[in-house]
Write a protein that binds this ligand. Sequence first.
Ligand SMILES: [Zn+2]
Length: 300
Amino acid sequence: MKKSAVLFIVGFLLVLNFVAWQEVFSLYGSHYLKVVFLSVGQGDAEFIETPEGHQILIDGGPNATVLGKLSENMPVWDKTIDLVILTHPESDHMQGILYALQRYKADYILWSGIKKSAPEYYAWMKILAYQKNMGAKIIVAQSGAGLPAGRQEIKAGNVLIDTIYPLQSMEGKEMKSSSNDSCVVSKIIYGKNSFLFTGDIDTKAEKEIVGEIIWHGSGQDILANVLKVAHHGSKYSTSDLFLASVTPKFAVIEVGKNSYGHPTPETLQRLQNFGIKVLRTDINGDVTFISDGNNITLGK
Ligand SMILES: [Zn+2]
């Protein structure tokens, strides 16, 4: 074949490729919210991209695996994450964030503001100072139930990030052992669709949330189409009361090889009793949902 003809064909294919990618970008870039529960082993990490292209990272898992996942989900040139949420400073949620925040700049960081004596906590404080120095705004999480104004809500275009827990600010509070009870619980809302991210809260926190938010509340609610099952499917979380209040269609358990027996048969049974479709990152890999604001579809 003549060289010019080959060039023409290559050029034509490139144009086709470009058109195809434009289609993909307009499909996922302007109308859809994407929520990915990342398969990072025994730990939590969730990546969210809003229809306007804002990126949110909730937790980062137990190691550097999240870096590969971020490169799969973000363009190479994009080194800024709009919002990073740390549910609580424990290794299986935080180590990956420490790696990510060395490579990416965060515009906003939402966390509980608690105090702890642990090497990984000091590493977090260091990275927080580094990000603040680079211009990141640090927000201490507190639900609307504890605020006179009614709610702590962050807007990313048409997507709302609503803080559900802790009910009162935990800023400066010292955690002697586990910080699970201080977890930031967030609800992400896009149109009629919502996702509830629970970190590692237990039934005590679930009860407080149901009591405060629903009965004495702030006008917030915890109904959600998709529930991130708390504490990797521990039997001390995901109570009947909580499930009856959230009424999710889908539940995602973020879990890997572990010695705790996660997810426990008790929690799996409760989810089954409520007829909730359960997905697990140890079995399904990355779990992706796409929302158009009315309907949620499950990706690969
Ligand atoms: Zn955990």
